[in-house]
Design a protein around this ligand. Structure first.
Ligand SMILES: Nc1ncnc2c1ncn2[C@@H]1O[C@H](COP(=O)(O)OP(=O)(O)OP(=O)(O)O)[C@@H](O)[C@H]1O
Ligand SMILES: [Mg+2]
Length: 247
């Protein structure tokens, strides 16, 4: 069992080797039991591999404690059963199916009654668009479906991998609202490159560089430090991308 002060997810010395290449050489990160924790880093830093390592989708070593239990030797299905919901980088929404069908496919046997009341309370738009084919939704609405799927099964942690990637600034603002609403219900580990969104949503952050943890701390402290954001992320904290979600 976790206590209030203990991280919900605690990763130490995570290493991943893929195709003979060392991709992660020691990632440390903690996810708080409430709110949003941001996972940052330049392209190719190892963010997605870290998430896949946590979920057991790639072979990994090190320590991954979730809700007080060491899970590094557990299979993905076991981690999912323990309550980790995943919205992958490409959203994984079935374009040819309706919103309702996409959600129905995400219902997990054994997870109890799917929590449609929570999903409909957080995202009334999805109830209204239940019969619309997901391929005709806006990028922001598709992201809503991806996040809603992770909320159906009573998950204890949601991991969202770059939910705003490739979206127009207006839609980024829409997705920020989606994540804000979701994080009120369940803690979120948010992989994100949009610093304006991180500023708006995240309490703490972890920055990866070349497959290692390069920085951990309060998100506000990192974002206030232009030198650090430039060194770690290659952007100044006053860059246009930084202001997008406030528009
Ligand atoms: N299956 C694989 N085989 C070999 N190399 C891989 C594999 N998957 C990822 N990599 C490499 O590992 C490094 C980290 O990739 P990863 O996708 O984790 O980065 P990322 O931080 O998520 O980047 P982005 O911001 O572009 O999504 C990259 O150099 C990538 O090319
Ligand atoms: Mg990635």
């Amino acid at each position: 069992m976790t206590t209030a002060s203990e991280p919900l997810l605690s990763v130490r010395g995570l290493r991943v080797v893929l195709g003979g290449r060392h991709i992660l050489h020691g990632v440390d990160l903690d996810v708080a039991p409430a709110g949003v924790t941001a996972l940052l880093g330049r392209n190719g830093a190892g963010k997605t591999t870290t998430v896949r390592g946590v979920l057991g989708l790639v072979p990994r070593t090190g320590s991954v404690r979730f809700a007080g239990t060491e899970t590094v030797r557990l299979a993905t299905h076991d981690l999912v059963r323990r309550g980790i919901g995943y919205a992958p980088e490409d959203r994984g929404v079935f374009a040819g199916l309706t919103v309702a069908e996409n959600l129905r496919l995400a219902e997990r046997p054994g997870a109890g009654t799917p929590d449609y009341p929570l999903v409909h309370e957080l995202f009334p738009e999805l109830k209204a668009r239940a019969r619309q084919s997901a391929g005709t939704l806006s990028g922001g609405q598709q992201q809503m479906v991806a996040i809603a799927r992770t909320l159906l099964n009573g998950n204890r942690l949601i991991i969202a991998d770059e939910p705003t990637k490739g979206l127009a600034p207006r839609v980024v603002t829409e997705v920020a609202l989606v994540l804000e609403r979701a994080a009120r219900a369940v803690p979120v580990l948010l992989v994100e490159q949009n610093l304006a969104l991180v500023r708006r949503l995240a309490d703490s952050c972890v920055v990866l560089a070349d497959g290692r943890t390069a920085h951990r701390g309060p998100a506000a402290d990192l974002l206030a430090d232009t030198g650090a954001t430039r060194r770690l992320l290659g952007v100044g904290s006053n860059s246009p991308a930084h202001e997008e979600a406030d528009a």
